[in-house]
Design a protein around this ligand. Structure first.
Ligand code: HEC
Ligand code: HEC
Length: 230
C-alpha cells in the first residue's frame, strides 16, 4: 500500500509539474557551479571573483562560437591552466617558480552530442551584458598581425597572464591560442578594450589603448594556431 501511494505521488507529481511537451532545462545542472544570470552575481564582486567555482555564463551568447561549444562540451579540455581563481591552485616550487597543483583542478562534466547541441543552443541565447558592450563590428577584421604580436609578447605584457601556444605564457588567465575557434572576434576586441566592464573586478589590466592596438591584438589572436582540429 505504501509502495503504491509513493508511486501514485510520483505519477501525479510528474503529471502536474511536467506536462508531456515540457523540455527539461538543458542548463539546470550548470547552476551548481556557474552563474547563468546577472541576478545570481552578488553585490560583492571581489568575493564572487575569488570564490566562484566557474566562470560566469550570463553573456555566453556574446562570447562563444556555437560550434566550439558543441565540440568542447563533448570533450572538455582545460582553458585556464591555473584554475578559475589561480591563487587557489598555484604553489611556489623549490626554485621559486609557480607550480600548478593540478590535482586540485576540477575535471569538467562532459555530454553526448545531442545534449551538447541542446546545451550550446541554450547558452547562445544568454546575452545578459550591458547593451553596447560587445557591439557587432567591434572587430573590423583588418588589424596588423605582426604589430599585434609585438604588443602581445612585448609592449603590452599580455603574455604574462595568457598562453599564446600550449605551455608558453602565463597561467593566471585563459589560454588564448584557441581564440579563433572558441571566441567571437567582437568579444575579443571588446574584452581587450574594456575588461572590467565585461568582467567586473577582473585583474586583467585596463590599458589605455587606441582602437588600432585593439584591432591589431584581435587580429593576432585570431591568427594563432589552435592546434588539433577542434
Ligand atoms: C562542477 C562544476 C561545474 C559544472 C556542474 C559545470 N561547469 Fe562549466 N566550468 C566549470 C569550471 C571550473 C570551468 C573552467 C574550466 C577552465 O577554465 O579550464 C568551466 C568552464 C565552462 C565553460 C568555458 C567558460 C569560459 O569562460 O571559458 C563553459 C562554456 C561551460 N563551463 C559550460 C558549462 C555548462 C553549459 C554546464 C552545464 C551543462 C557546466 N559548464 C557545468 C565548472 C563546472
Ligand atoms: C594580469 C593578468 C592579465 C594580463 C596582463 C592580461 N590579461 Fe587578459 N585576461 C586575464 C584574466 C584573468 C582573464 C579572464 C577574465 C577574468 O576572469 O577576469 C582575461 C581574459 C582575456 C580575454 C577573454 C578570454 C576568455 O576566454 O575569457 C582576452 C581576449 C584577453 N584576456 C586578452 C588580453 C590581451 C590582448 C592582453 C594584453 C593587452 C591581456 N589580456 C592582458 C588576465 C590578464
Amino acid at each position: 500500500m505504501r509502495k503504491f501511494s509513493i508511486s501514485l505521488c510520483v505519477l501525479l507529481g510528474s503529471t502536474i509539474f511536467l506536462p508531456a511537451d515540457a523540455q527539461p532545462d538543458p542548463l539546470a545542472s550548470c547552476a551548481q557551479c556557474h552563474a547563468l544570470t546577472l541576478n545570481e552575481i552578488p553585490e560583492d564582486k571581489i568575493t564572487h571573483r575569488m570564490e566562484r567555482k566557474a566562470p560566469d555564463l550570463h553573456y555566453a551568447g556574446r562570447k562563444f562560437n556555437q560550434d566550439w561549444l558543441v565540440h568542447w562540451l563533448q570533450e572538455p579540455v582545460r582553458i585556464r591552466p591555473g584554475g578559475v581563481f589561480f591563487g587557489r591552485h598555484v604553489e611556489t616550487g623549490t626554485d621559486g617558480q609557480d607550480v600548478i597543483a593540478s590535482d586540485s583542478l576540477l575535471e569538467h562534466p562532459s555530454f553526448n552530442e545531442k545534449e551538447a547541441r541542446d546545451i550550446a543552443a541554450a547558452l547562445m541565447s544568454k546575452s545578459e551584458v550591458d547593451a553596447g558592450l560587445v557591439p557587432e563590428g567591434a572587430y573590423a577584421g583588418k588589424g596588423n598581425v605582426r604589430f599585434g604580436k609585438m604588443a602581445f609578447v612585448k609592449l603590452r605584457g599580455c603574455i604574462a597572464c595568457h598562453e599564446n601556444e600550449p605551455g608558453k605564457g602565463g597561467v593566471s588567465g585563459p589560454e588564448l591560442y584557441t581564440s579563433s575557434q572558441r571566441l567571437r572576434p567582437d568579444f575579443i576586441a571588446a574584452m581587450i578594450a574594456r575588461p572590467q566592464e565585461i568582467e567586473p573586478r577582473s585583474w586583467m589590466p585596463h590599458l589605455e589603448m587606441s582602437d588600432r592596438d585593439v584591432q591589431n591584438l584581435t587580429s593576432y589572436l585570431m591568427s594563432l594556431d589552435p592546434g588539433e582540429e577542434q
